[in-house]
Design a protein around this ligand. Structure first.
Ligand SMILES: C[S@@+](CC[C@H](N)C(=O)[O-])C[C@H]1O[C@@H](n2cnc3c(N)ncnc32)[C@H](O)[C@@H]1O
Length: 301
């Protein structure tokens, strides 16, 4: 973007065009969309208003704020990180440097578990292992009005953010959050507690994949949300041991997997006594999650 001395017309339309051009020149995909979101934030408007009123003047303070947001995006900081918020399952989540920026493809897990819940008014117990911002648990609770849920994460700061999201979404009364190490965290507190639905998007990147990440991911998502050990499968090994005792007979679990992990993650889970019942594709048709039914687990235990 030009600076104030360039006599740029300080209107929404002019700023949007310049911001989009600057982002496009920096190689940002979806430059105009990102510029619109950043301009809306800087001007304190809804994104649709930015497009609807191109002639509207942009006050100097908002213009300066927009310029600084565009510079951050041009340096490959994701829009959700800049704004501190991400929409997931049509709900707005606060995120922080301690939480993963939720990915739209993870909605596949929510969809799959809801599809296996014919009566959504039952008082179900839901567990989210590695909850991050709480997006998976809270999306499920938003659709299951009588359910309660527990979100667990190793990161204390992530748990703080998830708890805040639960409160902000009006789901705090039905959502508990706990700091701890996978299922081991539950053993001392609730040794016999079982869950009807379990969801988990664990860290699953192998060491060599970590080195090749896009800056948006590698510089901004927390390492602890990405690192799956040398082969990317470490978390699945622990989940394979935890799930059989945590999933109620007849219950369902949806576990996200990384690219190329459908066979290896399924084998790890099967070795722990769980035979995945289905492979779930995401919106692009790529294998995104393994679906487990507790009756399968019970048979093989
Ligand atoms: C890929 S992120 C998923 C976050 C969120 N569920 C989502 O989908 O956006 C994985 C999460 O697992 C958490 N995690 C990593 N190791 C863990 C462990 N040993 N016990 C509990 N949580 C862990 C990380 O802190 C991170 O929040």
């Amino acid at each position: 973007m030009a600076d104030r001395s360039d006599l740029t017309p300080a209107t929404l339309g002019g700023a949007l065009a310049e911001g989009a051009a600057r982002l496009a020149a920096a190689g940002i995909e979806g430059a105009r969309r990102d510029a619109r979101l950043l301009l809306a934030a800087a001007a304190g408007l809804e994104p649709a208003a930015v497009v609807a009123w191109p002639e509207r003047p942009l006050p100097p303070a908002a213009e300066a704020a927009f310029r600084s947001l565009v510079a951050r995006r041009a340096a490959r900081e994701p829009v959700a990180r800049i704004l501190g918020r991400r929409e997931f399952w049509s709900l707005s989540f606060a995120i922080s440097p301690a939480t993963l920026d939720p990915r739209p493809d993870s909605e596949t897990l929510v969809e799959a578990l809801l599809a296996r819940t014919p009566d959504r008014r039952r008082p179900l117990a839901v567990l989210d292992l590695g909850t991050g911002s709480g997006c998976l648990l809270l999306a499920l609770l938003s659709e299951l009005p009588a359910a309660w849920g527990l979100g667990l994460d190793r990161s204390q700061e992530a748990v703080r953010v998830a708890r805040g999201n639960g409160e902000a979404l009006g789901l705090g009364q039905r959502a508990g959050f706990l700091v701890g190490d996978w299922g081991a965290a539950l053993a001392p507190r609730a040794p016999t507690q079982r869950f009807d639905l379990i969801v988990s998007n664990p860290p699953y990147l192998a060491d060599d994949e970590l080195a090749a990440l896009e800056p948006e991911v590698g510089r901004h998502d927390p390492r602890g949300a990405l690192e799956g050990g040398p082969d990317g499968l470490e978390a699945y090994r622990t989940l394979a041991m935890d799930l059989p005792r945590l999933l109620r007979p007849g219950g369902w679990a949806a576990i996200e997997i990384g690219a190329g992990q459908s066979a290896s993650a399924a084998a790890v889970l099967a070795a722990g006594g769980l035979a995945p019942a289905a492979l779930l594709p995401d919106l692009a048709g790529r294998p995104r999650a393994l679906l487990i039914h507790a009756s399968d687990a019970e048979k093989t235990l």
